[in-house]
Design a protein around this ligand. Sequence first.
Ligand code: SF4
Length: 66
Amino acid sequence: MSGWGCPHFINEKCVLLNSECNPGQKGCVLFGMVTFSNPENPSNEAVKRREEKAQKKDNSQKNSKK
Ligand code: SF4
């Protein structure tokens, strides 16, 4: 089984951010898309905010149909 490989990880660095690869950092393609096991990863909070926003939107659409 092969894992996911980021297309921006080239020559041991992130060419998107021109820095060390730190998955989940702000600007990373995974930011706000993936929850990491490390609770300190900034992506986790972004995922939470995105899900809360989607839930609010869903609730307001349901309420407007009543
Ligand atoms: S920091 Fe994110 S976007 Fe950059 S190489 Fe790593 S996984 Fe890819």
